[in-house]
Design a protein around this ligand. Structure first.
Ligand code: PEP
Ligand code: MN
Length: 262
């Protein structure tokens, strides 16, 4: 069902006045984790000022260590909803439990399925049973074929509103957190009709190369880019090393916009 051979027209995801997949690339930004109302509000104000309409923020955090911050859970979703309605933004947040999918639809505009859950088939099926758009992340070491089949799980249940996001894959390379597979962008665009985005933060894990990687993603045909922004990254409860602060975010955006690709 997700194959270009089955359907030639691009799938469009409409989030308010923003359309993803229709030829106008979108920038999605926000903190790694929702930490407090005030923290999310500061980011939302910066996004609004920069003309960004879609905000991300994790409420259920799949952390490597069980001793690390696990997210605010439903309380985090409530903060996202409140701030989004104040600033007129659309929201994306990761859901990790199939039992939370229906509840998530009340609070957020896009359900993110994270890299660690790309092949959590019960979660994919639950996301396929609602009509809320889904942002599906490529698995930690998933092939493109496995990624496309994961999307097929969702669409085959009836939810056609699926976007794919390349977020880097595990290789032997240590210079970056993961290896950004730019070639996945044109391949996924050719082989599927779904919007394809690139998460520059989790793929590189390096603030110093976010702008060139975002430009590369857009030059390769990506429908959007995702980046993490935090009002005070040094104190962030997750991904402190790789989130942009607000001035850095404005610089990043200006750099990418200057290319004319965004
Ligand atoms: C995230 O986007 O918050 C995240 C945890 O990313 P990933 O699933 O790609 O590691
Ligand atoms: Mn993160």
């Amino acid at each position: 069902l997700v194959s270009r051979k089955k359907k030639q027209e691009d799938t469009l995801i409409q989030l308010g006045s923003t359309v993803i997949g229709g030829g106008t690339p979108v920038m999605i930004a926000g903190p790694c984790s929702v930490e407090s109302y005030e923290q999310v509000r500061q980011v939302a104000a910066a996004l609004k000022e920069a003309g960004i309409t879609v905000m991300r923020g994790g409420a259920f955090k799949p952390r490597t260590s069980p001793y690390d911050f696990q997210g605010l859970g439903v309380e985090g979703l409530k903060i996202l909803k409140e701030v989004a309605s104040e600033f007129g933004l659309k929201t994306i947040s990761e859901i990790v439990d199939p039992a939370h999918i229906e509840l998530a639809c009340e609070y957020i505009d896009v359900i993110q399925i994270g890299a660690r859950n790309m092949q959590n088939f019960e979660l994919l099926k639950a996301a396929g049973d609602v009509q809320t758009p889904v942002l599906l992340k490529r698995g930690l070491a998933a092939t493109i074929d496995e990624f496309v089949h994961a999307a097929e799980y969702i669409v085959s249940r009836g939810n056609t509103q699926v976007m794919l996001i390349e977020r880097g894959i595990r290789t032997y390379e240590k210079a970056t957190r993961n290896t950004l597979d730019i070639s996945a962008v044109p391949i996924l665009k050719q082989e599927t009709h779904l919007p394809v985005l690139v998460d520059v933060t989790h793929s590189t894990g390096r603030k110093d190369i976010l702008a060139p990687c975002a430009r590369a993603a857009l030059a390769a045909g990506a429908d959007g880019v995702m980046v993490e922004v935090h009002p005070d990254p040094a104190t962030a409860l997750s991904d402190a090393a790789q989130q942009l602060n607000i001035p850095e975010f404005h610089d990043f955006l200006a750099n990418v916009r200057k290319s004319g690709l965004l």
